[in-house]
Ligand binder design. Structure first.
Ligand SMILES: [Fe+2]
Length: 269
């Protein structure tokens, strides 16, 4: 499924595999002025040419190397003549030859998004220009070490990839670093922006307020977790006290998305 939604000059493409008539775990790519930010999961590759028939892509930027963000680079390059994707220098080898990391993909990731095929990529510079806009590239590690955000200061747009997700995120992937995410979020607040476009599909209008609220929520959680840890509780007990039982995502992802990962990461243990 590829669903197209307009947000003034920015067009959001929500993508996801359909199972039993319902999309599962969708993600969002963003198109503006010939620039496509992320390309979605390979499971929707067959739908790409028709979905983008009226949206000519000149440049692809991948916010990071994850399979749901680079999966259709190859379709755009092979069928629609788009050049190498631009990405952080650490992401480039992972995009060019995903086999160096896709062996670690879990069954749920294969089922929901699929392993991405190889595609061309090259390191992104400090900014990306389109005909009408200039996007500043911000390195924002934490969700992954190769994660970038794009900021268009004149319009107040922040394309945040998987850095933000939600104000009150209570689960973390096993490979994410919550303290690094906090550092990256704090650095975002050094810039002015009004609208945050998240790869989860969320478009936050009070963007700086939303980022500040997430920082405050996780900082408070960290302090309470540290206090409980000092009393001798282990991470599972702290998770139970502060966040309650794991969500359905825990079982669906084989434990990859878990509240206890957030507790451990905030405690850095
Ligand atoms: Fe991701």
């Amino acid at each position: 499924m590829i669903d197209c939604r307009r947000h003034h000059e920015v067009t959001q493409f929500v993508m996801g595999r359909v199972v039993d008539g319902r999309p599962v775990y969708t993600m969002a790519c963003y198109y503006v002025d010939g620039l496509l930010i992320d390309t979605g999961p390979v499971h929707v590759a067959g739908e790409i040419p028709a979905a983008f028939a009226e949206f000519p892509v000149h440049t692809i930027v991948n916010t990071h190397h994850h399979e749901d963000h680079i999966g259709n680079n190859a379709v755009f390059q092979e069928k629609l003549g788009v050049g190498p994707a631009l990405a952080h220098e650490k992401a480039v080898p992972r995009i060019v030859d995903p086999r160096i990391w896709t062996g670690r993909l879990q069954p749920y990731q294969h089922f929901v998004w699929g392993a991405p095929p190889p595609s061309a990529a090259r390191p992104i510079g400090e900014e990306v220009r389109t005909e009408s806009y200039t996007f500043r590239v911000l390195h924002t590690p934490g969700h992954s070490d190769d994660h970038i955000c794009l900021l268009e200061p004149e319009r107040g747009w922040l394309f945040a990839g998987d850095l933000f997700i939600s104000e009150r995120a209570e689960v973390l992937r096993s490979d994410e670093d919550a303290l690094l995410i906090l550092d990256s979020l704090r650095r975002l607040l050094e810039y002015d922006f009004e609208v945050l476009f998240c790869a989860s599909g969320l478009v936050a209008r009070n963007a700086r307020g939303a980022v500040a609220a997430k920082i405050a929520y996780w900082e408070d959680l960290k302090e309470r977790a540290q206090a409980l840890y000092r009393t001798g509780l282990d991470p599972e007990e702290i998770r139970e006290r502060l966040l309650g039982p794991e969500t359905a995502l825990y079982g669906l992802t084989g434990g990859d998305f878990a509240k206890v990962h957030l507790v451990r990461s905030l405690l850095r243990i």
